[in-house]
Design a protein around this ligand. Structure first.
Ligand code: CO8
Length: 258
């Protein structure tokens, strides 16, 4: 598939997807969304890739769903297409870790895409928001659900009901982003972090991601039980032997399963 709205590259075990519709601030039309899904599937299936980064430009991660494309749809259209999330949720289903590197606007579906990733690194100019209320709609790709879980009811409710944007500092304070990076360094930093993850034992990064995500799907006691079972299972891995031996021998581990 030749891409028109995204760029893809790989670097040191990292699959990088750059949203690239600059004239529309990376708003998601159907083509862009299909391309992101396709690229995510390809990186997921590629054994040389251990982690993905999704990013945009310095001005916009993504300004949301393409309002111009969406405006004339009727109820039957959106129901038939399962608009917009039918294939979009794929990003949240990946087993490999996915980092969102967000500079500039992450609005509406843009904020929701970032929320589907495993964590968000923010440029210092990042602005997050769910402004759908101001165009007669509401979040449609998990915004009301993931935002409420990640930053709490009060802030999520305020953002969804008023459309207020949150800057990078507020986003870091409330735990929406893992940390803030100067915007000019964001892309390189995200790729560095992703390379670090890609160089760990891949089965263990997969299990770690699954275990953290479990926290959002189950009770504390069930989640802790799940974690313990997974923890026990890694003692069957060569990479656990290698990692602990390397620590004892004061050398860097060389993980086999990468
Ligand atoms: N859709 C289509 N075009 C857009 C969008 C968008 N969401 N955002 C910006 N553009 C276009 C503008 O129309 C403009 O194009 P043109 O030059 O042809 O007029 C170009 O991008 C540049 O935009 P602006 O001139 O407006 O740039 P500013 O710097 O003045 O403002 C803003 C930037 C504040 C980001 C402003 O463009 C804006 O408010 N955009 C709309 C944001 C928004 O409402 N987003 C929510 C969309 S609805 C949604 O996402 C529902 C999600 C449902 C699920 C989605 C799953 C993926």
């Amino acid at each position: 598939m030749a891409y028109e709205c995204i760029l893809t590259e790989s670097d040191g075990g990292v699959g990088i997807i750059t949203l690239n519709r600059p004239d529309a601030l990376n708003a998601f039309n159907q083509k862009l969304m299909n391309e992101v899904t396709d690229a995510v599937h390809k990186f997921e299936a590629d054994d040389s890739i251990g982690c993905m980064v999704i990013t945009g430009s310095e001005k916009a991660f993504a300004a949301g769903a393409d309002i111009k494309e969406m405006a004339s749809k009727n109820y039957i259209d959106v129901l038939k297409e399962d608009f917009i999330t039918a294939n979009w949720e794929e990003v949240s289903k990946t087993r490999k870790p996915v980092i969102a590197a967000v500079a500039g606007y992450a609005l509406g579906g843009g904020c929701e895409l970032a929320l589907m990733c495993d964590f968000i690194l923010a440029g210092d100019n990042a602005k997050f928001g769910q402004p759908e209320i101001s165009i007669g709609a509401l979040p449609g790709a998990g915004g009301t659900q993931r935002l409420a879980r990640f930053i709490g009811k009060s802030k999520a409710m305020e953002m969804c009901l008023t459309g207020r944007m949150m800057d990078a500092e507020e986003a870091e304070r409330c735990g929406l982003v893992s940390r803030i990076v100067p915007v000019g360094e964001l892309r390189a930093e995200a790729i560095e972090v992703a390379k670090k993850i890609a160089n760990f034992s891949r089965p263990i990064t997969t299990l770690t991601k699954e275990s953290v995500n479990r926290a959002f799907e189950t009770t504390l006691s069930e989640g802790v039980r799940f974690e313990r079972r997974v923890f026990h299972s890694v003692f069957a891995f060569e990479d656990q032997k290698e990692g602990m031996a390397a620590f004892t021998e004061k050398r860097k581990p060389v993980f086999k399963h990468r």
